[in-house]
Design a protein around this ligand. Structure first.
Ligand code: C2O
Ligand code: CU
Ligand code: CU
Length: 461
């Protein structure tokens, strides 16, 4: 379902899909019943896209993580209606990376992405020879991990209450590439997994059931400078990581997440909430401490055409951002302005904008920042309670401090989402421009938070 696409034509459609055998769920997709085809681009090419809207609501196609100017970025200002086609020509000027695309209509993003308007992008760099497994579907697999809920009849549901709004929606089932807890057949030897957290809100702490060591080789924006060895990997919503796993021992293992990962209480609370048991405990009851099952591996006899060993260094894009020339502060607010007033307003009002950044809810008509082109800045992000994956459009950034601790940007790599729980600092510079009519966004990537106003927008001129 996420196999290489045919051409660069996407059609947003309404469809149905049998997630549960014999039961059709209502879905959305780009050119298919759920999610969209893999878009595979080569650095240096220009990708001519045609995106047609065949549903009954406005959509966009945002190329998450890609470095393109604002008018090609597919943000909320670029929404287009039923019957319309948007035809951006994307100059592919991005190092080899695993990115994704999704609809980004303000107030509808969570619902549209949940139902399926998202897909994977792989960028290849023909000038760089990366000694990693790279035979798609043979030893190189994308894994789009999402959580979804199903009613008693097995139909996918998305019902949002106030708790879901506060914590972000957490589903009762784990889907990988649109299938519930599937099995993946891999060859023995080194296998590359491109992990994409495609959930609306859930955070995962990935590991293998036998506790094996694996290596991270890339993060959101592309390759790391060297493989980093680990036994567990945390990905918040919209974060990506490429890992290489050694299946030489042919042991049958499963990929799990050791925590339910709520947006609110550090993971404990969601695991115990009644929501998890609502589906007959299909996720293993969700008791605290019992890992979420994600994917099981089966080792095939097929020959693995990839390298036998991991290289010591990787050809990561090296960019020295230098010293920042200015600093900006962002505080992610669970409530913008007066809490009770906002909540009442949300219950009875029309716009439902209750969260914000720096005490203001997103307003499509207001430019929050004007960022000069080509200058390095330090952005300091804080969360007034809870935790939030903070995302910036238009560039990749380096994390220098995360949750109060200074970190080594080289081990973290180029990012476009950072998980913020405490004081976090990122270094960034914009080389693409965005005018006021199609600005770049910064926002929480818990899509329910984004939709109720935890987003701002900026020009780069
Ligand atoms: Cu993944 Cu503003 O988006
Ligand atoms: Cu984005
Ligand atoms: Cu948030």
């Amino acid at each position: 379902d996420v196999g290489p696409g045919s051409g660069n034509r996407l059609e947003a459609i309404r469809s149905t899909r049998e997630f549960v055998t014999g039961v059709r769920s209502d879905t959305l997709g780009y050119s298919q019943d759920y999610l969209g085809p893999l878009l595979r681009f080569r650095r240096g090419q220009t990708a001519k896209m045609d995106v047609t809207n065949r549903i009954d609501a406005p959509i966009t196609a945002h190329w998450h993580g890609m470095h393109v100017p604002g008018h090609l970025d597919g943000g909320p200002q670029l929404a287009f209606g039923p019957g319309e086609t948007w035809s951006p020509e994307l100059p592919i000027d991005h190092p080899a990376a695993t990115l994704f695309y999704h609809s980004h209509v303000h107030g509808r993003t969570a619902d549209q992405v949940y139902r399926g308007l998202a897909g994977l992008i792989i960028i290849d760099d023909p000038d760089i020879d990366v000694p990693l497994p790279r035979d798609y579907g043979v030893n190189d697999f994308p894994l789009i991990v999402q959580d979804r809920s199903f009613d008693g009849a097995g139909r996918m549901t998305y019902d949002i209450g106030m708790m879901d709004l506060m914590q972000g929606f957490h589903g009762t089932e784990i889907l990988v590439n649109g299938a519930i807890r599937p099995k993946l057949t891999v060859p023995a030897g080194l296998v590359r997994l491109r992990l994409v957290n495609g959930s609306n809100a859930r955070m995962y702490d990935f590991s293998f059931t036998d506790g094996r060591t694996f290596h991270q080789v890339a993060s959101d924006g592309g390759l790391l400078t060297a493989p980093v060895s680990m036994t567990g990997l945390r990905l918040a919503a919209a974060e990506r990581a490429e890992i290489v796993v050694d299946f030489t021992d042919r042991a049958s293992v499963r990929l799990v997440s050791t925590q339910g990962g709520s947006g609110m209480m550090g993971g404990g609370m969601m695991g115990n909430s009644g929501m998890m048991g609502g589906n007959g405990g299909m996720m293993g009851g969700g008791a605290e401490g019992s890992p979420l099952e994600i994917l099981s591996f089966e080792i095939a006899d097929a020959r693995n055409p990839g390298p036998a060993r991991l290289p010591e260094a990787l050809p990561a894009p090296v960019v020295d951002l230098g010293e920042p020339v200015r600093r900006r502060d962002f505080t992610l607010n669970m409530h913008a302005g007066n809490m009770m007033g906002s909540m009442l307003n949300n219950l009875i009002g029309r716009d439902g904008q209750i969260m914000g950044i720096n005490d203001e809810s997103y307003d499509m008509g207001r430019i929050d920042l004007q960022v000069p082109h080509g200058e390095t800045e330090l952005w300091r992000i804080n969360a007034d309670m809870s935790m939030h994956p903070f995302h910036v459009h238009g560039t990749s950034f380096q994390v220098v401090m995360q949750n109060g601790r200074s970190v080594d940007p080289a081990r973290i790599g180029w990012k476009d989402v950072v998980h913020v729980q405490g004081p976090t600092e990122i270094l960034l510079r914009f080389d693409k421009r965005a005018r006021a009519d199609a600005p770049f966004m910064y926002h929480c990537h818990i899509l329910e938070h984004e939709d109720v106003g935890m987003m701002g927008q900026f020009t780069v001129l």
